[in-house]
Design a protein around this ligand. Sequence first.
Ligand code: DGL
Length: 265
Amino acid sequence: MKSNNSPIGIFDSGIGGTSIWKEITTLLPNENTIYLSDSKNAPYGEKSKEEIINLSKKNTEFLLNQNCKIIIVACNTATTNAIKILRHKYNVHFIGIEPAIKPAALKTKSNIIGILATKGTLNSELFEKTSSTISKQIIIKEKIGKGLVELIESGKITSKETTTLLTNYITPMIDENVDCLVLGCTHYPYLIPQIREIVGNKMQIIDSGEAVAKQTKVILEQNNLLSNNSKNGVHKFYINKNKKVLETIISNGANKIITVTEKEF
Ligand code: DGL
């Protein structure tokens, strides 16, 4: 039976969704969470829609079997390709993440925004629909961040290779007068220091992590599902690949009660 103190379930194709987990556990410190990192199958962004849907169903079922009270799809690629089907199939609330192009459209002064995201996100119907609503007033420069998820998954966040790719992807946007850069993949917030080096103060960097955490709180409140736990939450991570990089990137939450388990799924 799901109760207020059942965990919040979170999944991503890999470790990137921990950027969302950090926002959620900062806003809701008493909530228990279970995080599923499907790193064995990353990147989702290069897979077909059907494959992304099947992996998203498998991840959801894993979390529902752990009695999760709500599911956070902490992956833009899975959200934009699969959330409609997940909502239809499973009787649980889902929160998804989409590239924050609408907030960027409100902030831009040049009326030109950039978006860095996976191929799967940029080619999705949902992204197409959202971008077509704003593209009448705003020019959107899209760029596929090919290779970035793999580098982050292998722990090469600050490597020269990563900086070179980022420079190739983002520098043309500076020349095109982009003043807001939307990070349309939950892995990319881990690259903000390198991105900042490249763009200086020419662009605002926008991601949706905080908005997802706020929305999670609203939905839990509306459904009387907020935890009534007075202690800090307990956090379980499951990963189907080597756990070392995951452990490193969540270690700055060291005052949290965390277990990380490598497991086939
Ligand atoms: N974190 C996922 C996202 O937000 C990465 C997708 C991938 O694995 O390609 O899109």
